[in-house]
Every structure is written in C-alpha cells, then in structure tokens.
Design a protein around this ligand. Structure first.
Ligand code: HEM
Ligand SMILES: Nc1c([N+](=O)[O-])cnc2ccccc12
Length: 291
C-alpha cells in the first residue's frame, strides 16, 4: 500500500506560510551564491530528486519518507551536490521540529520556484520521516543525463507522467547550473539561471553544437557559447513527439507555467495517499506579503 499522509491537526496554513517565509528569506540572503545562480536551482533539484525515485509499478520511492539521508540513496551519483541543499535547509528542521524532512525538502522546491518568478505550486504536508531503513529505494531510478529521448520517455513513464508533462517538468532547467564536481557537466555561464521562465525551450530551438572540451558530452549554443544543454535536454528537440511540446512552451510561457505547476505539484506527491478533503496550500511570495 502507498504511504498515507499524516496530517498535523495543530498546524494550519499560517504555520506553513511561516516556514515558507523563513526559507524564502534565507534564499534571498544568498542570491549571490553559486556564481549568481542563487539557491533556486539547487532547492528545486532537491525537491525533484527526493520525489523522482518513485516507481508507479511498485508504488515505492517518492518524497514521503525523506529517505535521501540514508544510503544507498545518499550516495547515488545522481544526488551528488544535494547535501549542499539538505544542509541549507537543515536549520529549519530544528526551528520547526514538527516538520518532516520530506515536507521540508518539497516545500523548499515550492519556495525556490515561486520566489524567482515561477508559477504558484500547490503543496500539501503529511510526509513522515522513515523509520525502517529497508524502505530506502535502490539507486537507478534517477535519470542519467547522457542518454536519449526513448530513455527519457521510459523514466517519466515509470514516474507516471505523459510526454507533455515530461517536457513541462524538464523546463525547470531554466534554473541553476551544472557543476563539474557534482554531475561532471559544466555551465551555463550567462546570468540567466535565477529566474523561472520558458527560456529553456526558446534557447533549445536555437542552434547548438557539441562542446569541444575534456569533459562529458554536452552542447553549447552557436551564438554566444554561454549556454549549455545536456544530451537529455537536446534529446527533446531531436524527438518529434517531445519537440511538439518544446515549441508549444517556447511560444506560450503562460501555458508552460500552468502545465509546470500541475506536473511539479503532482511530482512532489507521487506515492502519497491523501484523504480526499485535504486541499493543497497555495503560499504567498515574500513580495506579495510586503506591506
Ligand atoms: C531527463 C531528466 C533529467 C536529467 C537527466 C537531469 C540531469 C541534471 C543534471 C546532470 C544536472 C546538473 C547537476 C549538477 O551538476 O549540479 C541537473 C541540474 C538541475 N536539474 Fe535536472 N535533470 C532532469 C530533469 C529535471 C527535472 C524534472 C527537474 C525539476 C522539475 C530538474 C531540475 C534541475 C535543476 C533546477 C537543476 C539545477 C541545479 C543547481 O543549480 O544546483 N531536472 N539536472
Ligand atoms: N540552465 C540550464 C540550461 N539552460 O538552458 O540554461 C539547460 N540545461 C540545464 C541542465 C541542468 C542544469 C541547468 C541547465
């Protein structure tokens, strides 16, 4: 059976908005971090990887248990660098001891997307920290960036997403950057990675070439050589079915925002059963609360 959300009767919207605000203030304080990318990409990736272990065929993995602190998940090469994200958030575990790791890590992703101009991400608490180490998912479910379109389709089908949702989710690659000491990929280098926009798709439709360097195969844009794409990013334009949605989102940022909001919210809840009357929270951004 899936993991059933455990709702804390003493905590309500106001308490979770307070956690949101505390995380958002710290993110804002670190806007210069990571060569100007800030923490938006890093926290979005933590929320994604804590959820991306989900397997719809066995109804295992996902964000519920906050299991990334345990091996083998903690040492999965695909999670390299996410200890920086977990360390960034750990103080809020002590500030708000009633919040589980799974709730904290997924809420961090909601803060990250919303605080850099992205759409509202509906979010529900109720994840419970793992007691039984045997429930830590095996490595191998988080995707490898060197692969092709069919591999990407397989990964997101296993997660329970269709092609349109797959393309919408990968649009989060408008945020943040690659780190040679984490994934081995490198860049981008332009100041374009701390705002949530449809730029990923607009750029992907421009002209690219394989970068000549001593690192992993990746793409570089013909015009400025200041952007990069992973092989799995580039695969989205090489595959006619994915390309249809790349063009759709490149032409319509509002549609991208609507689809991303729905798919990312669903990603963060994969494998979790909620009582049907539990409505998601929609948090205000810091800007929206400024008096
Ligand atoms: C085929 C699927 C995907 C692959 C192979 C992939 C791979 C990667 C790789 C290799 C990095 C660089 C990590 C580093 O060196 O720091 C990265 C970064 C990132 N990924 Fe993905 N990713 C995928 C899908 C997604 C999805 C679905 C999301 C979110 C919804 C996402 C969000 C991010 C973000 C925000 C970053 C920047 C992290 C930072 O700035 O530290 N990715 N991804
Ligand atoms: N900023 C990024 C772009 N981009 O187009 O700016 C493309 N792909 C990425 C893959 C992983 C992390 C960041 C990316």
């Amino acid at each position: 059976a899936g993991a059933v959300a455990v709702l804390n009767k003493e905590k309500n919207f106001k308490d979770y908005q307070q956690v949101y605000n505390a995380i958002a203030e710290k993110v804002r304080d670190q806007d210069d971090a990571d060569d100007g990318a800030g923490r938006y990409g890093l926290l979005t990736r933590l929320a994604w990887h804590s959820s991306g272990t989900y397997d719809k065929n066995t109804n295992t993995g996902g964000s519920y248990n906050g299991s990334m602190i345990y091996s083998p998940e903690s040492t999965d090469g695909e999670n390299a660098g996410l200890e920086v994200a977990r360390d960034f958030l750990v103080e809020f575990h002590y500030l708000f001891p009633w919040l589980s790791r799974g709730d904290l890590w997924t809420l961090g992703g909601v803060v990250a997307v919303q605080e850099c101009g992205g759409p509202k991400i509906p979010w529900r608490p109720g994840r419970k920290d793992l007691e039984d180490r045997k429930k830590v998912p095996e490595n191998g479910n988080l995707p490898d960036a060197s692969r092709d379109a069919d591999y990407v389709r397989k990964v997101f089908t296993r997660l329970g997403f269709d092609e349109r949702e797959t393309v919408a989710l990968i649009g989060a690659h408008c945020l943040g950057k690659c780190h040679t000491d984490r994934s081995g990929y490198d860049g981008p280098w332009g100041p374009s990675f701390n705002m949530f926009t449809n730029d990923f798709y607009v750029r992907l439709l421009q002209n690219w070439h394989v970068r000549k360097w001593d690192g992993k195969k990746q793409y570089e844009d013909d015009e400025t050589s200041s952007f990069m794409m992973l092989p799995t990013d580039y695969a989205l334009k090489e595959d006619s079915k994915f390309l249809k949605y790349v063009k759709m989102y490149a032409e319509d940022q509002d549609l991208f925002f609507k689809d991303f909001s729905k798919a990312f919210s669903a990603l963060l809840e994969k494998g979790i059963e909620y009582p049907k009357d539990v409505k998601p929270f929609e948090f205000k951004t810091l800007d929206e609360q400024e008096d």
